[in-house]
Design a protein around this ligand. Structure first.
Ligand code: FAD
Ligand code: UDP
Length: 364
């Protein structure tokens, strides 16, 4: 084989497709019993269930949008999640609907006046952590009702100990617009994500239930080059210690009703509710089925053996990752890619860019 690709997730699949297009041979292995990694969807009674959490495709990059549309037709789903704080409902992202519900204000000027006052009360000039960043951006009401509880559950640490960049991901608007994302292109692939990856992997040999670390012992000569999309610290035997990850537990239920929450994603932003989100999958595809499937998402502390869903990109882990990266850079026979191989909080569109770049650099 020209390439042994470890991980049948999006990075591995995009790379494999690119390599195949140029006549290269690829063997793709994955330790899971299915392809598609975290974007895996499975049809359950006609509902495409996002098995590893809500996945909404969105991008500002027209080339990426054109690329992904080669593999699926997308619907016009727009993510407009609802936040629940102690039984009260708010629109996300923070927008005029949210401000109206919080304070009864009807105009951008009135909302700005309240937020400006609360920002000034926070007296933060140079935010050093997520709490200070949130207070200086949004003021106390939004921080306490919509950010603090959710973030502390999600990351398992007080906001005062978390890095600021996490919160920069949350859009903030002065219009009555509940679209969670700012990107011009957004949607859900009709028929789910798994068939996209299936098409990308067409022509490649794929072996599931196959862990790289066992496989390579007996097959060290199988390919000229390895594309590794598992965890970089695991690849190097945790030589410098473990990088930190956040894991998740998903609890799904099929309900004998046609509509549970009226929207695809509801965030629970109070501390008391143990889950962060409930997804009702059918709403991603405007489903008309008589039944519905919902999934509660619980953040979990990661330890070896659990799925490392999120890298924790703070300073400590940044320094540790650089040490692993130095080792990785010396390995001409291995390309490290994806969320785990590059220890980066990449969305799907960034994964595509990165995998196409890695393939292009190979001068395949
Ligand atoms: P993965 O999908 O993790 O694939 C890596 C694969 O490698 C896995 O299948 C794994 O089993 C396999 N593997 C690992 N180690 C080994 C080994 N030793 N041997 C064999 N196989 C191995 N992005 C968006 O754009 N929009 C969203 O709405 C969105 N929502 C998300 C929600 C959640 C809860 C999460 C966790 C992520 C979300 N993302 C979203 C990000 C998206 O999931 C990633 O960008 C994408 O899945 C990363 O692809 P990947 O190939 O790098 O990783
Ligand atoms: N966040 C929050 N309240 C919410 C949703 C998100 O405080 O209702 C914060 C939280 O810290 C989260 C970050 O914003 O980790 C990014 O949220 P996003 O929805 O982009 O996260 P993802 O879908 O990647 O988990």
């Amino acid at each position: 084989m020209d390439y042994l690709i470890v991980g049948a997730g999006l990075f591995g699949a995009v790379f494999a497709h690119s390599a195949r297009e140029r006549g290269k041979s690829c063997l793709v292995i994955d330790k899971r019993p299915h392809i598609a990694g975290n974007i895996y969807t499975q049809a359950v009674n006609g509902v495409n269930v996002h098995k590893y959490g809500a996945h909404i495709f969105h991008t500002g990059d027209k080339a990426v949008w054109n690329y992904i549309n080669r593999f699926a037709e997308f619907n016009n789903f727009v993510n407009s999640p609802i936040a629940v704080y102690r039984g009260e409902l708010f629109n996300l992202p923070f927008n005029m609907n949210t401000f109206n519900k919080l304070w009864g204000v009807k105009t951008p000027a009135a909302a700005k006046a309240i937020i400006e006052r609360q920002r000034a009360e926070s007296s933060v000039t140079e935010p050093r952590n997520l709490e200070e960043q949130a207070l200086s951006l949004t003021g106390r009401d939004i921080y306490e009702k919509l950010i603090k509880g959710y973030t502390e559950k999600q990351w398992g640490k007080p906001c005062a100990e978390l890095p600021t960049f996490i919160i920069k991901r949350l859009p903030f608007r002065w219009t009555f617009d509940n679209n969670y994302f700012n990107d011009p292109y957004q949607g859900i692939p009709i028929g789910g994500y798994t068939s996209i990856v299936e098409k990308m992997l067409d022509g490649c040999e794929v072996r599931l239930n196959t862990d790289y670390f066992d496989f390579i012992k007996k097959n060290s000569e199988i390919a000229d080059k390895i594309v590794f999309t598992g965890a970089i610290d695991e690849f190097f035997g945790y030589e410098f210690g473990e990088l930190e990850y956040r894991s998740l537990r998903f609890e799904s239920e099929m309900l004998d009703i046609d509509n549970y929450q009226g929207v695809a994603v509801v965030n629970y932003t109070d501390r008391e509710t143990p889950w962060t989100r409930i997804i009702e999958h059918k709403h991603f595809e405007f489903g008309k089925q008589p039944l519905t499937v919902i999934t509660r998402e619980y953040p979990v502390e990661w330890s070896r053996g659990l799925e490392p869903y999120y890298p924790v990109n703070d300073d400590r882990n940044g320094i540790l990752y650089q040490k692993y990266k130095t080792l990785a850079d010396k390995r001409d026979d291995v390309i490290f890619g994806g969320r785990l191989g590059q220890y980066a909080y990449y969305d799907m569109d960034k994964i595509i860019v990165s995998a196409l770049k890695a393939a292009a650099e190979e001068k395949l």
